[in-house]
Design a binder for this molecule. Structure first.
Ligand SMILES: Nc1ncnc2c1ncn2[C@@H]1O[C@H](COP(=O)(O)OP(=O)(O)OP(=O)(O)O)[C@@H](O)[C@H]1O
Ligand SMILES: [Mg+2]
Length: 502
């Protein structure tokens, strides 16, 4: 607490002021009698100047904004002081939006907090001042300006500016990180301006690594890779590489690619920018959008094989660079400028058809990890059974039967989850899954040991509705089906990974 020894009381101040005023009056009347006017005026000015009471304190005024941009010191102070509230405070403002995890506590008007740093006492006061233009100014968002006054002895000015305020900003950043609500950014077209921009909502995807049905080794590898990425800031700097990491997730629909992206975001507490390439037509728009993504974020481009018909370099599109979005333009920009003007960026491409991807994307070094999301194996099935139905009993009769069927039949985690949603009764839900597995067996989707197998009908339907967006693609598909059943190479492993060394 602030010591009261050095602070003069109100009565002392008043007495001093009264005696100074009396001295000035006496001085003035003597001057009137003995000095000519110009000399008299100058003498009065000099008297006032030399005997004016001077404060040894300095007050920094920290407004909430500089008119347009928010003031980072103000925001940091707000958060920092909320953790410093002591018993002397009489009024506080509290608030919590439905999506926030904790109650926000802020000082009320004129409340003060005494802080100490490196043995120096500092006094904070929260003030509401009338905004320029007054209360009637209908253009200002707030009728008043919010500001903090930070008062301390003048001799500590350098210490406060160079050590204390950076300390406040740093601590506030850590506090904010802990209670941060993740954001999901999607593209939004502004019709009147022919422009496209990011719009955000709170990211409330419940997927986490705990709920993700994947082979445990693969899951652990991904988590370790993410951990290593975030702690290697110095390494990236030392070797002169942009601090970014790229993942390519591939596998059939419903195997958890999008869920893995959400799990990564929840794990790292990174925002997600979902770049729907189909909505972007110009290279220049793409650049603007990429440059306005934030640090500590995941940029996701889903269904890269078919989200847009990106012509590549070989098609000779260079002459038309600004008008057309090109895959090479996208990749070069991501590797170059984009990653050099931000930190801790993750980029994820997803696809159902790795074999259809442009070789430029698969080139070594382009994506740091290729992650194969595959059909539900015994581990994935057990995790889903435990999460959805609460089954932890390994001896359960139906569980054993399903595990035997899973050895020869392909089913995606999404399909398993769908059956588990059908009933709260575990036996009924498991029986529904067995029925589906047997149907699949009868339809011949169980040829899992061969190198190739047919896509089952459910998957074709999903592909048609979700992926075949352009007429060209539909025609291509017609050719494929006319030539016989769609065949696709697939390995049986329920998750494989190819990783670059870095
Ligand atoms: N590996 C998984 N673990 C847990 N749940 C899963 C998994 N895969 C799919 N699911 C469930 O299925 C739903 C759909 O999965 P998701 O959207 O992640 O699949 P996807 O691979 O992205 O499919 P698509 O290729 O169609 O985009 C999820 O919301 C989740 O409930
Ligand atoms: Mg998906």
């Amino acid at each position: 607490m602030l010591s009261t020894e050095n602070i003069p009381s109100a009565s002392t101040l008043f007495a001093t002021y009264a005696s100074m005023t009396a001295s000035l009056m006496l001085f003035r009347s003597m001057a009137n009698d003995f000095l000519p006017e110009p000399v008299r005026n100058y003498a009065c000015f000099a008297f006032r100047y030399f005997f004016k009471p001077r404060s040894k304190e300095l007050t920094l005024v920290i407004e909430d904004s500089n008119g347009i941009a928010r003031n980072q010191i103000f925001e940091a102070a707000e958060a920092y002081l909320s953790a410093k509230i002591g018993p002397s405070i009489e009024r506080l403002k509290i608030c919590k939006t439905p999506n926030e995890k904790v109650i926000t506590i802020r000082l009320e008007k004129n409340e003060q907090i005494i802080d100490s740093f490196q043995g120096v006492q500092l006094r904070w006061r929260f003030v509401l001042a009338e905004a320029a233009g007054g209360k009637g100014n209908s253009h200002s968002v707030r009728p008043e300006k919010r500001l903090f006054e930070l008062t301390f002895h003048q001799t500590h000015k350098d210490m406060v500016l160079n050590s204390y305020l950076p300390h406040v900003i740093e601590l506030a950043k850590d506090m904010k990180e802990k209670t941060r609500v993740l954001k999901m950014y999607t593209l939004h077209r502004v019709p009147d301006y022919d422009a496209i921009r990011w719009d955000s909502v709170n990211l409330e995807h419940p997927a986490t690594f705990d709920t993700l049905a994947m082979e445990p080794d693969l899951k652990a590898t991904i988590m370790e890779d993410l951990d290593r990425f975030v702690r290697r800031k110095e390494f990236y700097k030392r070797v002169g590489r942009a601090w970014k990491r790229g993942y390519l997730l591939y596998g059939p629909p419903g195997t958890g690619k999008s869920s893995l992206v959400a799990a990564m975001a929840n794990y790292l507490k990174f925002d997600v920018f979902d770049l729907q390439l189909g909505n972007v037509t110009r290279d220049s728009d793409l650049r603007t959008l990429l440059l306005s993504t934030g640090n500590r974020s995941i940029l996701v481009i889903e269904d890269i094989d078919c989200s847009v018909d990106l012509p590549d370099r070989r098609n000779g599109n260079e002459n038309n660079a600004d008008a057309q979005l090109t895959l090479s333009g996208l990749l070069n920009f991501i590797d170059g400028l984009w990653s050099s003007c931000g930190d801790e960026r993750i980029i994820v491409f997803t696809t159902n058809h790795k074999e259809r991807l442009d070789p430029a994307l698969l080139r070594p070094g382009r994506m740091d990890m290729h992650i194969h999301m595959s059909y539900c194996g015994p581990y994935g099935f057990r995790l889903l059974a435990a999460n959805y139905l609460g089954i932890t009993d390994c001896e359960h009769k139906l569980v054993a039967e399903i595990e035997t069927l899973l050895k020869t039949i392909n089913i995606t985690p999404a399909q398993v989850a769908e059956q588990f949603m059908k009933s709260e009764d575990a036996d009924v839900a498991l029986a529904a899954l067995i029925k589906l597995l047997k149907e699949k067996e009868r339809n011949g989707s169980g040829d899992v040991d061969g190198d190739e197998d047919e896509i089952n009908l459910d998957e074709v339907a999903i592909l048609e509705s979700k992926k075949l967006k352009t007429q060209d693609q539909i025609q291509d598909k017609g050719k494929e089906t006319a030539a016989g059943p769609i065949r696709r190479r697939r390995k049986r492993s329920s998750g494989r990974v190819r990783k670059s060394k870095n």
